[in-house]
Design a protein around this ligand. Structure first.
Ligand code: SF4
Length: 74
């Protein structure tokens, strides 16, 4: 299963990832940064396994993130 990784502390809240994959990303009300929905935190980095069918949309999110803090691994 592919793995999504989010280095959340550097998020600038641009909403691009939400537009690409709204089932995985949501802007948090309290600080305006994006939350990886269902992500598990490890030392401030959020990690989540996704289905292969969800990889494409998240690769676009990673590509278009202006601060390059989304990674998608096989
Ligand atoms: S695209 Fe990147 S900077 Fe923009 S909200 Fe998503 S994670 Fe944050």
């Amino acid at each position: 299963m592919p793995t999504l990784i989010h280095f959340r502390k550097n998020c600038i809240g641009c909403n691009s990832c939400v537009e690409h994959a709204p089932e995985h990303w949501k802007i948090a009300g309290q600080d305006g940064k994006s939350d990886l929905q269902g992500g598990e935190e490890k030392n401030g980095v959020f990690v989540k396994k996704i289905h292969a069918s969800e990889k494409g949309a998240n690769e676009l999110a990673a590509r278009d993130c202006p601060v390059k803090i989304i990674k998608v691994f096989k």
